[in-house]
Design a protein around this ligand. Structure first.
Ligand SMILES: *Cc1c(COP(=O)(O)O)cnc(C)c1O
Length: 362
C-alpha cells in the first residue's frame, strides 16, 4: 500500500522514443543524456539504464555524488559531472571511478595541474554569456598551457546557452560566435547544445549534444512549437477523485476562500497537493484531466488535496485524475502556474514513482 495516493508512472519506452527524436534532430552528434536532479525527477538510475539501452553515448549529471550513485548501481558507461569537482579532495574519486570532470574555474585548473594520481578525463567549459560556470574565453590558451603536463585527458570544449529557447536570439548568436572564436585552432570535440539549441540552432549540433528536458518529453520552447508533437511524456502523474460535492451558490473553497461558487455546482476533491509536488501557486483555471476530460482547478492547492470544477464533467468518486502526462502536457500546467516544466518534474517525490508499462531492467 502506498503511503500517499499520487503516482508518477515512468514510461521507459517514451524515454527511448524521445532519444530517437534527439537522434533525428542531431543525427551526426553523440548524445550525452542529462540525468541530473534524479533524472529530472524521473529516477536517475532507471532513466540511465533505459537511455543506455536506447543507445545514449554517455550520461550527464551535475556533481560527483550523482555520478557515484550511478557507478555504485553498476553503470559502467561514460558519465560526465558538468560542475566538475566541488573540492580538490574529490579528484581521487573522479579518477578512481573514471568520471569525466567539466572544469569551469581556475581553481579547478590549478588543482588538476597539481594532481599526481591516475589520469582524469576532463572537459573545459567556457563562459560565453551564461554567466554561471565557465572560464573566460580569453583564458583558454593559458589554461591549456597550465594543463600541458597534467595527468588529464582532454575530451573537449563545452559551453552552455542562456537563451537557446528564444528563436533568433542575438544573445545565442553572440554566444556561438564567442565559443567558435575561443575554440578556433584547437582540434577538440565540441559539446554546446542543450535541448533547445539542438532543435532550434542547427549550427550547435557539434560532436556532442547534451539534451535534458526533451528526453523527458517536455518541449523547451513556449507553447505551440512543433517539437511538442514529436515528443512523448515520460511521466504520467496521476491520482484519483476522492469525492464529489454539490455546493451552493456563494460557497467558498479552500484556504483563503479564493474561489467562490457563482451558482450551485459540483466540486471534485482530488488526492494530490503541494506535498506531492503539485504547484501550490497554480491559479484557478489550471487544467486537470478528470476521467479523461479537461476540468479546471479551483481554490488554493492544499497540502494533500486540490479541488476541481466538475460542471459539465462526467465523473464519479474513484475515477482517474491526470495531473500531467498523456493528454495534459506538464508544460501547460507549468505555464498556468508561472513556472517551467523542469521545476514541476523535479519536485515530484521519489516515493510517488512507479515503473510504467515498460520498465527498463538491466
Ligand atoms: C541541464 C543541462 C543541460 C540540459 O539542458 P536541457 O534544457 O534540459 O536540455 C545541458 N548542459 C548542462 C551543462 C546542463 O546543466
Amino acid at each position: 500500500m502506498k503511503l500517499r495516493a499520487p503516482t508518477a508512472r515512468i514510461d521507459a519506452q517514451a524515454l527511448r522514443h524521445n532519444l530517437g527524436v534527439v537522434r533525428r534532430h542531431a543525427p551526426d552528434s553523440r548524445v550525452l543524456a542529462m540525468v541530473k536532479a534524479d533524472g529530472y525527477g524521473h529516477g536517475a538510475l532507471d532513466c540511465a539504464r533505459a537511455l543506455l539501452i536506447g543507445g545514449a553515448d554517455a550520461l550527464g549529471v551535475a556533481c560527483l555524488g550523482e555520478a557515484l550513485q550511478l557507478r555504485q548501481a553498476g553503470i559502467i558507461a561514460q558519465i560526465c559531472a558538468t560542475q566538475g569537482p566541488h573540492h580538490a579532495s574529490e579528484l581521487a574519486a573522479f579518477a578512481h571511478h573514471r568520471i569525466h570532470a567539466t572544469l569551469h574555474h581556475l581553481w579547478q585548473i590549478e588543482a588538476l595541474a597539481r594532481w599526481r594520481g591516475e589520469v582524469i578525463p576532463i572537459w573545459l567549459k567556457i563562459d560565453t554569456g551564461m554567466g554561471r560556470f565557465g572560464l573566460a574565453p580569453e583564458t583558454l590558451p593559458d589554461v591549456l598551457h597550465q594543463l600541458r603536463n597534467a595527468r588529464v585527458r582532454l575530451c573537449g570544449l563545452m559551453t552552455h546557452f542562456a537563451c537557446a529557447d528564444e528563436s533568433g536570439s542575438e544573445h545565442t548568436t553572440a554566444q556561438i560566435a564567442r565559443f567558435d572564436a575561443a575554440a578556433a585552432g584547437q582540434d577538440l570535440p565540441h559539446s554546446i547544445a542543450n535541448s533547445a539549441a539542438l532543435i532550434a540552432w542547427p549550427q550547435t549540433r557539434r560532436e556532442w549534444v547534451r539534451p535534458g528536458i526533451m528526453l523527458y518529453g517536455s518541449s523547451p520552447f513556449a507553447p505551440g512549437h512543433p517539437v511538442e508533437q514529436e515528443l512523448q511524456p515520460v511521466m504520467q502523474f496521476e491520482t484519483s477523485l476522492l469525492s464529489i460535492r454539490q455546493l451552493d451558490a456563494g460557497a467558498s473553497i479552500g484556504y483563503g476562500a479564493r474561489w467562490q461558487c457563482s451558482e450551485a455546482m459540483p466540486v471534485g476533491l482530488v488526492a494530490a497537493g503541494y506535498a506531492d509536488g503539485y504547484p501550490r501557486h497554480a491559479p484557478d483555471g489550471t487544467p486537470v484531466l478528470v476521467n479523461g476530460q479537461r476540468a479546471q482547478l479551483i481554490g488554493r492547492v492544499s497540502m494533500d488535496s486540490l479541488a476541481v470544477d466538475l460542471r459539465g464533467i462526467d465523473a464519479e468518486p474513484g475515477d482517474p485524475v491526470t495531473l500531467w502526462g498523456q493528454g495534459l502536457s506538464v508544460n501547460e500546467v507549468a505555464e498556468a502556474s508561472g513556472t517551467i516544466s523542469y521545476e514541476l518534474l523535479t519536485r515530484v517525490r521519489p516515493n510517488a514513482r512507479s515503473p510504467g508499462d515498460s520498465p527498463a531492467r538491466g
